[in-house]
Every structure is written in structure tokens, then in C-alpha cells.
Write a protein that binds this ligand. Structure first.
Ligand code: PBG
Ligand code: ZN
Length: 351
């Protein structure tokens, strides 16, 4: 024992003295055991925090590996049910669907195929609802996969977004997904005013109380969506998305978009991408305290982590946890992740 607490002589630390100078210096007692390291998490990663993206094509029997997204496949409606069954058995709780129309001549300037009653998304909503009563089914709502020009809305002749027509069309698509049985619609187009239009559409159609509206409120334009656009065939045929997706440095715009979307009736807020935008996730947590916060670890992030692991720079599983815990720490409780099938296994190993 040092003389620190003996009350008789004033302790003076020296280099030969093993006692700490301050009681508060020692932190390791709080995390010396594996369980304690879990207890340090403000938010835990659980299976119910994870949402898995699924790419669905209009070729019902398709099952094709997507080259740019390691381990991910494009599925036809007939094949996806069997795959989802294996994931549900491991504890999958939620999916988000993306349509990938491949049929010749199916794309047009207004994205008619987006809510085709016999299109891949609507057929898959119905198939999943019929087979998995407890699975939460979300739909990305956008036109870029279905438009001939590859932009997320309807365009004027000069190539700029025709806001009113776009928002009306996107709201109609969202309502049709809700009618088909989607539990949540998540518009990713980033065109001003679509949240209020979708909410109004859901109310008028009698679905507002049975369909969540999750806004991709703060979706940044950048270099991280490449593999997705390959997978979904949704790259714009000219120009870019900079006039509707947010500029990388636009933290103020992101904050305004979050506040606006809450006022327009969003039930949940999403920030996208994730790791490069954790300040925005933290802003969302602060600005939208009364709704769930989700972040999307996008295709480029996923592909980069895989590429780094392949190079031996990182260990895949460790880095996947580290990236995900960054999102949780910043304030997200929901994460859309291509790692979901891996996490369903990895989380079991932790138990
Ligand atoms: C459609 C959409 C995109 C993503 C989600 N919804 C692509 C884009 O905006 O270009 C990206 C997802 C990913 O990269 O994993 N608007
Ligand atoms: Zn889009």
C-alpha cells in the first residue's frame, strides 16, 4: 500500500512507486473482461438493428452473383424466397427491396415499371409477406432503376428535374408498394417535397397507419454508390445527381433536410452513406430525437472493406464490427448493411 490514503503523510509519487498519482487514472477495471467490453456499448448491435438489401430482377428464376458486390446476388422472385428462408432461420428481421428491371425496352422517361403490378418489387413484397409473416418488408422508392435516362425523377427537356411531376409519381409508387403489403417505404430520390407528398398519399389511400415512411433525408452525392449502380443498372445516362443529392460538405443542408422531413411526416430518418458521414448521423440523433435513426452502409463502403480485407490490410469480420459500431456510437440504431447475412452468423458466435 502506498501512503496515498493513510492520512498521516502526504503522498508524493516517484518513479519507484507503483501507486497511481490519481484514483481516476485507472480505466482498465471497467473493461478487463469480455462481458464488460460489451457493457461499455451505449447501443448494442443486435439482429433487429440490421436491414438487408435485396436486388430483385424481372427474370423470375435468376440467381446471379453481382461482381462488384462480393457475395451479393441478383435474385428472381422464385429464387429469393428460398434464400430469405435461410436468413430468417438465422434471425433476419428486415429487408429492403430494390427492383432491377432487365427486360428489353422496359425503361421509359417516367419510370412506369417501378410499380408494375407484375414487376419484381410488387411480386416480391407479396411473396415475402405470404411466406414470412414476421419479416419486416421495406421498399426503396426511386425512379432511377426504371427511367430511360437513369435519373431519380422526371426531367424537363433541358435535363433538369421537374419537381412537381417527380414528387407526384414517386408518391404514387410508394402508395402502390404500401398497397402490395410493404411495411415501410423509403424514398431515396432526394427531390424536395416528396415526404409530404408520400405521407398525404398514404393517408388518402388509408395506409398511413400501416406503413412507415422512412426518409433518406441526408443522402450525399459522392463516389460510394458505384457498385450499386452496376448491380441495379441505374447509372444516369448523362450528367450526375448533384442537383438533388447533397454536396459532401453540406452539413447545414443535411440538418435542414432532416428538420424538413420530420415536419413533412417522416416516421424515421436515414443518413447515407455511413462511415464517411458519422457527424451527420450524430446531427440526426440530435435533431430527430423522437424517431429511429438509420444509416446505410452503402455498396462502395462494403466493397472497399472487402477489397481491403483481400489485400490483407484489415480482417473482414473485425472491420465490419468496427464500422458498424461507429454508426451505433454516432447515434444510429438501425443499419442497412450488405454484411447482414454475415452478422447473423457472427452475432451468434458472440453469444
Ligand atoms: C436509388 C438508390 C441508390 C442507392 C440506394 N437507393 C443509388 C443512387 O442514388 O445512385 C445506393 C445504395 C448503395 O450504394 O448501396 N436512388
Ligand atoms: Zn434514384
Amino acid at each position: 500500500m502506498s501512503g496515498l490514503f493513510n492520512g498521516t503523510k502526504k503522498h508524493v509519487a516517484t518513479f519507484t512507486d507503483s501507486a497511481p498519482t490519481e484514483i481516476s487514472s485507472i480505466l482498465a477495471g471497467g473493461y478487463h473482461h469480455p462481458l464488460l467490453r460489451q457493457w461499455q456499448n451505449e447501443r448494442q448491435l443486435t439482429k433487429s438493428s440490421l436491414i438487408y438489401p435485396l436486388f430483385i430482377t424481372d427474370n423470375a428464376d435468376e440467381e446471379t452473383l453481382i461482381e462488384s458486390l462480393p457475395g451479393q446476388k441478383r435474385w428472381g422472385v422464385n429464387k429469393v424466397v428460398g434464400y430469405v428462408e435461410t436468413l430468417v432461420a438465422k434471425g433476419l428481421k428486415a429487408v429492403i427491396l430494390f427492383g432491377v428491371p432487365l427486360a428489353e425496352g422496359i425503361k421509359d422517361p417516367v419510370g412506369t415499371a417501378a410499380d408494375d403490378p407484375n414487376g419484381p418489387v410488387i411480386l416480391t413484397i407479396k411473396a415475402l409477406r405470404a411466406n414470412f409473416p414476421d419479416l419486416f418488408i421495406m421498399c426503396d422508392v426511386c425512379l432511377c432503376e426504371y427511367t430511360s435516362h437513369g435519373h431519380c425523377g422526371i426531367l424537363r427537356e433541358d435535363g433538369t428535374i421537374l419537381r412537381e411531376d417527380s414528387v407526384r409519381r414517386i408518391a404514387a409508387v410508394a402508395v402502390n408498394y404500401a398497397k402490395a403489403g410493404a411495411h415501410c417505404v423509403a424514398p431515396s430520390d432526394m427531390i424536395d417535397g416528396r415526404i409530404v407528398a408520400i405521407k398525404r398519399g398514404l393517408i388518402d389511400a388509408g395506409y398511413a397507419n400501416r406503413c412507415m415512411l422512412m426518409s433518406y433525408s441526408a443522402k450525399f452525392s459522392g463516389n460510394l454508390y458505384g457498385p450499386f449502380r452496376d448491380a441495379a443498372g441505374s447509372a444516369p445516362s448523362f450528367g450526375d445527381r448533384k442537383s438533388y443529392q447533397l454536396p459532401t460538405g453540406g452539413r447545414g443542408l443535411a440538418r435542414r433536410a432532416i428538420i424538413r422531413d420530420l415536419a413533412e411526416g417522416a416516421d424515421a430518418i436515414m443518413v447515407k452513406p455511413s462511415t464517411f458521414y458519422l457527424d451527420i448521423v450524430s446531427d440526426a440523433k440530435e435533431l430527430a430525437q423522437n424517431v429511429p435513426i438509420c444509416t446505410y452502409q452503402v455498396s462502395g463502403e462494403y466493397a472497399m472493406l472487402h477489397a481491403a480485407a483481400e489485400k490483407g490490410v484489415v480482417d473482414l469480420k473485425t472491420i465490419a464490427f468496427e464500422a458498424t459500431y461507429g454508426c451505433l456510437r454516432a447515434g444510429a440504431t438501425l443499419i442497412i448493411s450488405y454484411f447482414t447475412p454475415d452478422f447473423l452468423v457472427w452475432l451468434d458466435e458472440l453469444e
